[in-house]
Design a protein around this ligand. Structure first.
Ligand SMILES: [Zn+2]
Length: 58
């Protein structure tokens, strides 16, 4: 179980969206990325860093 104080601070690192609790992971409510909880520590790394990279082209 995560420390509730830690859990309260966690948001998706991609767009700072709230996360939904699942038994073994936190799931972003916006982009749907899953952040696995390993040894009670959430691994807050986007699954694919090359994906959804903001571009300034337009
Ligand atoms: Zn997200």
């Amino acid at each position: 179980m995560l420390d509730p104080a830690v859990r309260a601070l966690l948001v998706c690192p991609v767009e700072k969206a709230p996360l939904r609790d699942e038994p073994e992971a936190l799931v972003c409510t916006v982009c749907g990325r899953r952040y696995p909880i390993v040894d009670d520590i959430p691994v807050m790394l986007p699954d694919d860093p090359s994906q959804d990279t903001p571009t300034t082209e337009k």
